[in-house]
Design a protein around this ligand. Sequence first.
Ligand code: PFF
Length: 452
Amino acid sequence: MSTKTGEGFSSSFGAIMAAAGSAVGLGNIWRFPYICGKYGGGAFLLVYICFVFLIGMILMMSEFVIGRRTGEDPMKAYPLLRPHRPQWKYVGFLGLVTCFLILAIYLVISGWTLNYFWESLTGTLASIPDNGFKEHFESFASSTFRPVIFVIAFLVFTTLVIIGGVEKGIERVSKLLMPFLVVLLLVMCVRSLTLDGASTGLAYLFQPDFSKLTGEGVLAALGQALFSLSVGMGVMIVYGSYLPVDDNILKTSVWITICDFAIAILSGIAIFPAVFACGQNPSEGPGLVYQVLPVVFNSFGNIGRIFSIVFFLLLSLAALTSAISLLEALTQWLSGEKIKRTPSAIIMSLMVIALAIAASFSYGDGILSGMKIGGMQLFALLDKLTGTLLPPICALLTIIFFGWFMKKEDIMDELSNHGTLGIGYFKVFYYFLSRFVAPAALLIVLLAGILG
Ligand code: PFF
């Protein structure tokens, strides 16, 4: 089947770059290093690797199969594969709602990042004393207008790429940015590893400390694996619907997963050795990037300013290709016969910006910080919902659908490209993982997280 809009990626390489662009984002560079350090370094890494390759990658393949088989958006794809069970469309709907919420919070953090890129360029960050970064970040993030301006600027870039189309917008931008991003990251790694005291940072990242790996840490590893691979909310169903018919889904998924994992590890290598070498405290949580790293960059003198520019550019570009995939999922769903791509993208952008602005106002001492939903500020609530709760629920429902409700012949036909590719023993392994291992693991970790 072909996509409803007739759009798609032009090649497997383009598809890999676009999907890796979705996967590699703030989750890898901003989130992975600090939660890895927080929950026991190497101990967290072991659990994380299992979740990434046994659950995340399987989900990615499943979403690609569902997407390419139907050529439809998540809400239509499920019922198309299971016509007498139309209620499966609600899984697609839940995924889209999750995308919407993630995009809102993602835009706020991307706006911060863009502001820091700007302040690196203009020299503002370089002029702040070491003990002033905490206050600088808090007063910036809690202020009313400045963060919003950067959020809007970021969303405008994202929307323009979506309006450009799947091949000429998303694919082209991803093919350009992803290799550039890897080069920037490698430069940062080399600098960090050649500093005196780098080995302490590496030990913090890799040495296992099982006493820190709590139940909460295991749930965080699962949430992070799903978030980082962009699976569980239907985005890969959308990109799956754009995959070329002769693309080898198994290979493509393996490449994207390896790329995403490698970039998370490289980010840790770029950040921690430098943080330790400068005598900073790494366990600063989300503040690591906005409060600790600028101190590290300033300690490098003039060259530090260049590294600061490079780092915040890297983070902004990684966030851009991820935000693109989230907005594309929402745009694909809305667009059709009646509403074309451009108005769909604009409508969705306007809707999501409203929530993003409210979330920004609720942060810190912002003007909406007094407004509590379920006892939480809006920003914290969105962070919790999208970080650990909704993605595992959506992922569980997706994998149950795939393992238990989709026809086995359809799955094998899609994986083997209509019989033209041999998938040998892998299909037994794959089927076993998707039917038993992944759902059981998702269910256990989810229940443990909710009850514990
Ligand atoms: N994978 C992205 C990251 O690691 O930053 C975030 C993301 C993008 C999550 C797209 C979910 C998604 F559908």
